[in-house]
Design a binder for this molecule. Structure first.
Ligand code: HEC
Length: 152
């Protein structure tokens, strides 16, 4: 092995999580992973349906950059609404973390051991990819600046 190649190989072994540092996740992979979400979620921008799916969960169009628990007309559980009112605005990192264990995420976020989640699903792996996919299919979000706090 040439020395330079060896150094690169060692570096990439040492930092697997950051091997792909330009993006959090892989949107193309996330599009495939989204198949696991379709039984309960659509992605639809008004009449433009990006992903067909069930209606058990809220429409995920534009979820990145949106206040948690805020799709109009959708009946959420109390905890996710409380989290949104406390300032939770989904970004790729928080969404990826939520998917691993929604109830645990809300309990930690609200510092409330009794918080509940209406989402009876856990995604063990690939949350970053799905988050990246949802960001890609959603509207443009100013990701660098802090999202503006919700009024009120
Ligand atoms: C079994 C049905 C089901 C599956 C499968 C499911 N979800 Fe959900 N999801 C829900 C429900 C129900 C809620 C509302 C949670 C609440 O009220 O606490 C929800 C909420 C969410 C939210 C919060 C949305 C908001 O407006 O704040 C996100 C994000 C989300 N789901 C993403 C996903 C993704 C991504 C997948 C696939 C990896 C997935 N869900 C799979 C049922 C599901």
């Amino acid at each position: 092995m040439k020395p330079m190649i060896r150094i690169l190989a060692i570096l990439s072994l040492a930092t697997p999580a950051f091997a792909d540092s330009h993006a959090m996740g892989d949107a193309a992979e996330g599009a495939k992973t989204f198949n696991k979400c379709k039984s309960c979620h659509v992605i639809a921008n008004g009449d433009e349906v990006i992903e067909k799916g069930g209606r058990t969960g809220p429409n995920l169009y534009g979820v990145i950059g949106r206040q948690a628990g805020s799709v109009e007309g959708y009946r959420y559980q109390d905890s996710i609404i409380a989290a949104g009112e406390a300032g939770l605005i989904w970004d790729q990192a928080s969404l990826a973390e939520y998917l691993v264990d929604p109830r645990e995420f809300l309990r930690t976020y609200l510092d409330d051991p009794k918080a509940k989640s209406g989402m009876a699903y856990k995604l063990r792996k690939g949350g970053e990819d799905v988050a990246s996919y949802l960001a890609e299919v959603g509207p443009e979000v100013a990701s660098e600046d802090e999202a503006a706090p919700a009024d009120g």
